[in-house]
Design a protein. Structure first.
Length: 94
């Protein structure tokens, strides 16, 4: 994996800020690690980890991100809104 030098998507900080208000939930901003293609955030909630790539409404996965999504054998998701993330982690019913 190569270093990542891009800024996070415009909605990422707001989503993380709201997530951190949920009791028992923690977030690690993987974007800050500077590794490209890895999802933006790692969420720990109710003893389960969730890898989530944050995109804006019109944002598209880059080639390396698509490869990660295709190849990673564990859980991974793409979210565009806070509600998307809440559905992924099971706080909002699908």
């Amino acid at each position: 994996m190569k270093p990542r030098w891009t800024a996070p998507d415009a909605n990422q900080n707001g989503i993380v800020k709201h997530l951190l208000q949920i009791p028992g939930l923690d977030v690690i901003d993987l974007h800050d690690l500077g590794i490209s293609d890895v999802p933006d955030i790692l969420i720990g909630y109710q003893n389960v980890n969730f890898l989530v790539e944050i995109k804006t409404d019109k944002g598209k996965l880059m080639q390396g991100q698509m490869y990660f999504q295709d190849q990673w054998p564990g859980q991974k998701s793409v979210a565009r809104t806070l509600d998307d993330v809440l559905r992924i982690i099971g706080v909002i019913a699908i």
